[in-house]
Write a protein that binds this ligand. Sequence first.
Ligand code: NAD
Length: 512
Amino acid sequence: MTQVAEPQSGSAAATAGRVHHWIGGRAVAGTSGRSGPVYEPATGRLAREVDFASVEEVGTAVAAAKAAFPGWRATSLSKRTDILFRLRNLVDQHRSDIAALLTAEHGKVTSDALGEVARGLENLEFATGVPTLLKGGFSEQVSTGIDVYQIRQPLGVVAGITPFNFPVMVPMWMFANAIACGNTFVLKPSEKDPSASIYIAELLREARVPDGVFNVVHGDKVAVDAILAHPDIRAVSFVGSTPIARYIYETGTRSGKRVQALGGAKNHMIVLPDADIEMAADAAVSAAYGSAGERCMSISVVVAVGDVADPLVSAIKDRLPRIRVGPGTEAGAEMGPLITREHRDRVASYLDKGIEQGAEVVADGRDHPLYKESDGFFLGVSLIDRVTPEMDSYRNEIFGPVLEVVRVKTYDEAVGLVNDNPYGNGTAIFTRDGGAARQFQFEAEAGMVGINVPIPVPVAYYSFGGWKASLFGDLHMYGPEGINFYTRAKVVTSRWPDPGTSMVDLGFPRTR
Ligand code: NAD
């Protein structure tokens, strides 16, 4: 059993007045003179500041990663695996501490935070299979005495830029496979909830990941632009909103980097008339309001087909008063606050727009007592019925606890909505009709499809990614496509000396 020491400053990072960078295996105080506020969303309190990196500080982190690369790349697969197993065990043993950091800075309730850690852990477990994942192919005797084989090699220094809504899981989507493949990593986490990344960095050190293999620089656009411009960074993985994803992809690829940039979403859940209404209502409520709707795989639109609409809206409405909104640490709380006051107010503004534009607000989250009385960034659950595609609330990603219902007459109209939407992250269908479900799986233009499953986040041994404006780049994240993203293939054609067959031949190499 791995002996686990308490991370010395993991808890310090959560409580200290300032969150520092992590470079070359240790916390490094920022020198740029710039920083940002980190709030406790449940109380609205300014909890601490986070250092913002300058171009030079990003350069220092990249230099540490570059210096660590030759040694790490040469580290045997079995040693790398040994380290990854240790890291996996450390994260497992510190689930509660990590979840507590997520609840404090993101606001999500404890059960949800533990779920995030569990889904992140799956990626570490997948990465421990790297000796098998990196196996190439071998063809013997492609021509007389000649063999050909393919190997996959790491890229070098790679970077990850991550959003606020999964401060632990999304970095693990990236760095687990990246370092397993022999790359070294620079993480730029969200500046809104940065402490968990430092806690994880300490666990990496504890697991004996060599100094410099994993680095964290905090910051804003200055740090991101420095990453995109740095000549020693070979690849960038990004998860965040669509406008920034597009920017990252265009800027990064222009400077010759490999980029995968996952963007925003507007996930539709189609409910056909034959669906089990109670099951569909449970699923819609869980997937719309879990994590206060701040998930890229949240259901934000229910598409009610035919006469399912009235009973479905009524079943959803019945469930809403029972949802317990409160601070994430409160026993029994099911939905916490939003990330910032500005974001909460932006989300709430869609309710007024919906009313103005003719939709029917069935439940208004601003009626919740915590919205009115708390200094925290709370908003109750909201349900908007009779939404149409031209309304602002439909056209934008709201990213909050607001569920919209669009009523259509036919299955074809429902699929048309999914396929006409600029986003294509996830989508789901609820039905008892296998033929309809199969047809939907065939024609839905989205990267992840659920059949009676509202949040179809793939397990770690598949890959995660949307289509259309939800992903810029060719390869999805984590799983087998993650391994491909973080490696490049080399094909070796080899012949061992056989003087008997050696001759000069200026023709193009042939195999026959
Ligand atoms: P965001 O795009 O605002 O920020 C993401 C990252 O980009 C952060 O690290 C941030 O510091 C950086 N950034 C922000 N503005 C920048 C700028 N102008 N220039 C350069 N860098 C900048 O996203 P967010 O608000 O942190 O996260 C929520 C968004 O992420 C939602 O749109 C959500 O759908 C999306 N998301 C998508 C997925 C997915 O897998 N597709 C997963 C989680 C979140």
